[in-house]
Design a protein around this ligand. Structure first.
Ligand code: NAD
Length: 390
């Protein structure tokens, strides 16, 4: 039986953010920081950004305004790292925090913003109203296509009784107040990270199109992002220094992140978070393996929305049903993932078949899974999707 997934009613929050996009835009960081009157900034980043010279660019742009650097953020952000960076931020009396790199350092900057506010005020920092502003604003400078720079969400991996579990937090206050998109910072993004985080951006678009909370803006952003991504991602993968391709891909990531920021994600994202937090699969790799299977699981209920994705991918629609167009979109995405040499099976990334029932149980608790357009009523359905991806 087909459930209807209508869009005749919608509501969403928009966020007060300044976006600066363009090659060399990182050189405008100091001007923006002065304008916002931020005097003491802390930078969250990773070793790859130090080796690539990007941290040095921020150091020279900010000079003595940059008072502390935490440069070994781990993927999926283990909880003990939040405790470490909180101490560093406290000692240095910071008034803003920068996340430079992929979704992990940007997520750490968000987590730090809330934690520091709670420490300073002694009260819960969670926003009561969509207009609430943070005490310690976040600046995001992305170097991957993961999209966190546009969203009010971050994930932290908690370790309890020897088991790891990734928890996502959504709060308008952590949405970066300033996002700098500089395609020059992405020229050295390794091909595997280019491919996998590019597929993560594509997955944001697919799940935004069929999200139960989608709205006309999120769908328009997702449609446009898919066009940019399918055009630019193979070119970025083939030649990482192609600035035109890198720029078009970053526009796609911006639009995908915009779509993501307005809507609830679904099955695909719930499974990827579980695979990341519990089985330690890198986020982009989990996306690459799961996406075609999540699309196929949802196809009967979301054919009309997946047919929009097909259209954005340039798949001809004439004379075809939504279901046929949607199935072709699934196949094209599977082929693109193969063409980008990304893993396509969970068994190839260290997940054992015997892990699947536990992973399905964990994923069942995910808000994203519970928001899937095709209702998920038990772990068996999730295990089937995981098994197909195994
Ligand atoms: P990541 O930030 O975990 O980085 C992965 C690796 O890529 C790291 O080793 C990093 O050093 C390296 N890297 C990043 N940029 C590089 C560059 N320019 N050159 C060389 N190496 C580079 O990866 P990600 O996929 O960007 O982010 C994934 C994380 O972000 C996950 O925790 C995911 O849950 C989260 N995420 C959050 C949102 C959101 O809306 N909040 C959206 C997408 C992803």
């Amino acid at each position: 039986m087909k459930a209807k997934v209508p869009m005749d009613e919608f509501r969403y929050s928009s966020y007060a953010q300044e976006i600066i996009f363009g090659p060399g835009s990182v050189n405008r960081l100091r001007e923006a920081v002065d304008r916002f009157h931020w005097d003491r900034l802390l930078l969250c980043s990773t070793g790859s950004q130090r080796r690539g010279g990007h941290i040095a660019s921020i150091e020279s742009a900010l000079d003595d305004r940059l008072v502390a650097i935490y440069e070994h953020v781990q993927p999926h952000i283990p909880d003990f790292q939040i405790a470490e960076v909180l101490e560093l931020a406290d000692q240095n009396e910071i008034d803003a925090v920068i996340g430079l790199g992929g979704g992990s350092p940007i997520g750490m900057a968000k987590a730090l913003s809330l934690a520091l506010e709670e420490r300073r005020t002694g009260r819960p920092a969670r926003a009561a109203f969509p207009t609430d502003q943070p005490l310690v604003p976040v600046v995001a400078i992305p170097t991957t296509y993961a999209g966190s720079e546009m969203t009010p969400t971050y994930g932290i991996t908690h370790h309890v009784d020897g088991s790891a579990r990734k928890i996502t937090v959504t709060d308008v206050k952590v949405t970066p107040k300033l996002t700098l998109y500089d395609p020059l910072l992405t020229l050295d993004l390794p091909s595997e990270m280019t491919a996998s985080t590019g597929i993560n951006a594509l997955a944001h678009c697919i799940e935004a199109l069929y999200s139960i909370t989608r709205n006309p803006l999120s769908s328009a952003a997702a449609f446009s992002a898919i066009r940019s991504i399918v055009s630019a991602l193979p070119r970025c993968y083939a030649n990482g220094s192609d600035l035109d391709a890198r720029t078009e891909m970053l526009v796609g990531a911006f639009l995908a992140g915009t779509a993501l920021s307005h809507v609830t994600m679904a099955l695909h994202h719930g499974l990827c978070h579980t695979l990341g937090g519990t089985a330690d699969v890198p986020h982009g790799v989990a996306n690459s393996i799961v996406l075609p299977h999540a699309m196929r699981f949802n196809l009967d209920v979301t054919a009309a929305q997946l047919a929009q994705a097909a259209e954005a991918m340039g798949i001809p629609r004439t004379g075809r049903s939504d279901e046929v167009a949607a199935e072709e979109a699934v196949q094209r995405i599977y082929a693109l993932i193969g063409q980008l040499n990304l893993p396509q099976h969970l068994r190839d990334v260290g997940v054992h078949e015997s892990d699947l029932p536990h992973l399905a149980q964990m994923a069942l608790q995910s808000r994203a899974v519970q928001s899937n357009p095709k209702p998920i009523t038990g772990a068996t359905q999730l295990e089937e999707v995981l098994r197909a991806a195994w």
